[in-house]
Write a protein that binds this ligand. Sequence first.
Ligand SMILES: NC(=O)c1ccc[n+]([C@@H]2O[C@H](COP(=O)([O-])OP(=O)(O)OC[C@H]3O[C@@H](n4cnc5c(N)ncnc54)[C@H](OP(=O)(O)O)[C@@H]3O)[C@@H](O)[C@H]2O)c1
Length: 169
Amino acid sequence: MIDLAQIFSLTDVDTHWPTLREWKDSKMARYIGVTVSEPRRHTDLEAFLKRERPDTIQVNYSITERESEDRVIPLAADRGVAVIINRPFMNGAYFKRLEGRPLPPWATEFGATTWAQFSLKYILSNPRVTVVLTETSNPKHMAENAQAALGPLPDENARKRMREFIATV
Ligand SMILES: NC(=O)c1ccc[n+]([C@@H]2O[C@H](COP(=O)([O-])OP(=O)(O)OC[C@H]3O[C@@H](n4cnc5c(N)ncnc54)[C@H](OP(=O)(O)O)[C@@H]3O)[C@@H](O)[C@H]2O)c1
């Protein structure tokens, strides 16, 4: 059984969705869902969520890319759909944007000791998020990223402070 079958970037979704539904009905797939990774596809994702019942959606979201925060993620959560996050570091562009900048000292209040953990803890502290994917070729980065799941998370005041800070960068 496939744990999770996803339609990549909603590609030809009307053709593939019935196939995934069949896979789920025949127990070939445990969960089925769709992905997007660009804000211009969020409208299509919202429309899909309104007409179908996926188990999961995958969408881009991070401290620096928050378009999905107000509509897509709440809509999925309201419909009981698990939310998988991609692009937590904007595929690496996040680190270039912050290059040479020290982490604000107050980040340690919610256990973030690196810029990677700063973004991951912002994502994970959204109660509607189920899981966040990160991509790395470096085992040290993998360990650093996994650490973000441990210890405290920012509360609503800290999340606001993070957004205000990142707007100045
Ligand atoms: N449409 C879709 O379905 C879609 C689209 C995009 C992505 N995704 C999925 O999303 C997941 C994440 O990929 P992404 O594209 O969103 O990439 P990402 O995780 O936002 O960024 C990956 C980049 O960040 C760097 N990085 C990772 N951890 C780091 C750390 N602790 N410190 C410094 N640099 C670090 C990596 O370089 P190093 O190798 O040097 O660590 C790599 O260049 C993947 O599973 C991908 O398949 C899905």
